[in-house]
Design a protein. Structure first.
Length: 271
């Protein structure tokens, strides 16, 4: 199969490689960038519509029928302190949220139905349409590969779980790979450039405010699965490090969550 026309996407990315099929775009890009860093500058992209062994959080396997989704990995080499890298998955999640909102609006649907679930899932009407996974490339010049999987033309029968959805289902139409990819890359660039210019300061770059505004997790009753416990409470905010601030049920002090599986619950009786 020949590569699709990616003219609009090539206007955004300095280097873009389409592969017809792969196990994981993240694995491919990490290996290629580590082997030949000079060939993969900041904001290089590797993309496919057929990924057979993609990985999600906690090493969960993510696989979709051929041609039914878009798997995109972007190599970022931000000249910011390493402890600021934690904002990159949130940034990518926001970029994808805005992409889905634009596609929904263009199809005459409600853009507000698309929200960011902390830290980096995109939901439409509470159903997952996209997920993000970032991986660090160690070395003298730290870099990160941020992978995004988006269900594009998947039908209801092809959905892996009942809690998933796709652009085709929500927008009632299909889009070219270039349309979706170029929108996502543009949104990511518009968030990434101010973040880098601000030295990775999420507050002064406006990133923390923008992520918080799009995050449907905030204000929700949640269950957070942690290694030693399940924490139930209300998500109250996101701190300067990108951590989720949760007020445990029956407590006044907020707890900072840096990582954990978050489930949105029905509102608690005392909230």
């Amino acid at each position: 199969m020949s590569a699709p026309d990616l003219t609009a996407s090539l206007d955004v990315a300095p280097a873009l490689t389409w592969v017809p099929r792969t196990g994981s775009t993240n694995v491919d890009l990490v290996e290629r960038a580590a082997a030949d860093p000079d060939a993969w500058p900041d904001f290089s992209v590797l993309v496919t519509d057929t990924q057979v062994s993609g990985r999600g959080r906690l090493d969960r396997v993510w696989s979709t029928p051929p041609g039914s989704s878009l798997a995109t990995s972007v190599l970022l080499r931000p000249q910011v302190p390493a402890d600021r890298f934690g904002w990159i998955p949130l940034m990518a999640g926001l970029a994808m949220t805005r992409t889905v909102q634009m596609l929904l609006a263009g199809a005459g649907m409600k853009a507000i139905d698309a929200t960011l679930k902390w830290p980096n899932d995109v939901l439409v009407r509470g159903l997952k349409v996209s997920g993000i996974l970032s991986e660090l490339i160690p070395g003298d010049d730290l870099a990160v590969v941020v992978g995004a999987g988006l269900n594009t033309s998947m039908t209801r029968d092809q959905l892996p779980v009942e809690t998933a959805t796709s652009l085709a289902i929500e927008c009632r139409r299909t889009y070219s790979a270039d349309t979706v990819l170029s929108l996502y890359l543009k949104q990511l660039h518009e968030l990434y450039d101010p973040f880098v210019a601000a030295g990775g300061d999420a507050r002064s770059s406006g990133l923390i405010a923008q992520v918080s505004a799009a995050c449907g997790t905030l204000g929700q009753a949640v269950r957070v699965q942690l290694p030693a416990e399940d924490l139930v409470g209300v998500a109250r905010g996101i701190d300067a490090d990108g951590q989720l601030l949760v007020q445990p049920e029956g407590e006044a002090v907020l707890r900072s969550i840096s990582a954990g599986d978050v489930t949105h619950l029905r509102p608690l009786a005392d909230t």
